[in-house]
Write a protein that binds this ligand. Structure first.
Ligand code: ADP
Length: 147
């Protein structure tokens, strides 16, 4: 038997995502559980900051929802107290974190997901995670311009 060469498999490319533990998650003391879940999954923390958003930053962050009826209420909610902004990194980090977060509507989110386990309301749904590489780049630049 000759030696065999394994097919070349490219190393997984690290991707970054912006994750927020929203003000409801911080107020309810869920920061530790969210971080534990994403670290257990294998995502690595690259940046972390507790801060209260200005209306301007909140409107920029949720700009794609500007025309939606819930936009004003969403901005009020997300600026209503401190949130924890994180940048996480890992292979397919964007998709990986959204799978951990679960569906936007926590009632529809599967048990075992963050929203499925900890929330009942569509607005106060504990976490945000970037939904595409383009959004991740925009959101990381908005929250952590030095990265
Ligand atoms: P996701 O956060 O899962 O990417 P969206 O981008 O659709 O979801 O919405 C952004 C955020 O806006 C949601 O996480 C939630 O906090 C809020 N939101 C979405 N839909 C509604 C709604 N119908 N009423 C109130 N808030 C909403």
């Amino acid at each position: 038997m000759g030696s065999r060469t394994l097919p070349a498999v490219s190393a997984p490319t690290a991707e970054r995502s912006l994750v927020l533990v929203k003000p409801d998650g911080v107020a309810r003391g869920l920061v530790g559980q969210v971080i534990a879940r994403l670290e257990a999954k294998g995502l690595r923390l690259v940046a972390a900051e507790l801060r209260t958003l200005t209306t301007e930053v909140a409107e920029e962050h949720y700009g794609e929802h500007r025309e939606r009826p819930f936009f004003g209420s969403l901005v009020e909610f997300i600026t209503g107290g401190p949130l924890l902004a994180l940048v996480v990194e890992g292979p397919r980090a964007i998709e990986a974190f959204r799978a951990l977060a679960g569906a936007t509507d926590p009632v529809k989110a599967a048990p075992g997901t963050i929203r499925g386990d900890f929330a009942l309301e569509v607005q106060a749904n504990i976490v945000h995670g970037s939904d595409s590489p383009e959004s991740a780049a925009r959101e990381i630049a908005l929250f952590f311009p030095a990265l």
